[in-house]
Structure formats: structure tokens, C-alpha cells
Design a protein around this ligand. Sequence first.
Ligand code: FE2
Ligand code: FE2
Length: 177
Amino acid sequence: MSDNFVIDVTRIRNEVRQKMQDGPITETYGKDSDRVIGVLNDVVATEVVCWLRYTRHAISASGIDRAQVSAQFTDHAKEELDHALRAADRVNQLGGEPAFDPAKLTDRSHTDYTTPLDGDLNQMLRDNLEAERIVISTYQEIIRWLGDGDPTTRRLMESILEEEEDHADDLVDLLGI
Ligand SMILES: [Fe+2]
Ligand SMILES: [Fe+2]
């Protein structure tokens, strides 16, 4: 099989000068950037809701294993906030407006904000595990949809996905299931 890979640098040099205001989005960008921004803003909302849920659970956790579980929730909360900020930065790079409007967060989020009664540790662990398993599935679909059209966003989502899988694993360990 012959490999005829040739980069037409002259064409690319001409194209990039046409739309300098698009910054990192060039003619070779392989997705509809508005759709990627929309999908990423749903990720921002999801991560903010996950940050809120873990933070609330860390504060409200009660029972004999409270300290250990609460510390784990606090660790996860920090990482969810970091995910939200990284997705929001990418929205901004792509020329979009990051969606932090609290009124729209629950509509956009893939996961629910839940508040188990009486600091019920077991229910909190189960709610968070369910949420992690939802984002693992939705982020895998986003990664497959991005394909090679936007490798930078795909790598961002892959790196977030890796941490969500760690979170799910931590929760399974704590649940002892
Ligand atoms: Fe996350
Ligand atoms: Fe997570």
C-alpha cells in the first residue's frame, strides 16, 4: 500500500489568513463548532451539578464511616469542579460562552442533584455511583462522536472520562459491592 500523504501548505497558508478572528478554529477543524460548544456546555452543567452534589454529601455525611466517605466526596468534588473549568475553557477557546447560568444547570446536566435524608451514607454512595456511571456512558458517546474531528476536545473528554472511571471505582470500593 502506497502512502501518498502530502500536506498542501500553500492552500493552508492561504486559508488561515481568511478568518484570523476564528483563532484556533481553522478550515481543517472537522466538526460543527457550535454543536461542540453545545455538547461541552452540557458537560459544564453536568460537572457543576456533580460538584454541588459531592460537596453537599461531604458536608451532610453521617454515620460510623463518615470521615472516610466525606473525605472521598471532597476529593471527587474538587475534581468535578476542575472538569467544569476545563470544559468551560474549551468552550471559550472555541468561541462560545460557557454556560454557568444556575437557572439552566439542572436542565442541561446529564445527572441529577440528589440529597439523601439524614446523611444516609449508603444512599449517597449509590447516588454518586449512579451519576458516575451515567457520565461514563455519556462521555464515551461524546468521545466517539468527536472522533478525529476535534482531537483536542476529544483528548480533554478522554482525560475527564479516565477520572470519572476512577471515581466509580472508589465508590464501588467504599460500598463493598
Ligand atoms: Fe467530572
Ligand atoms: Fe466523577
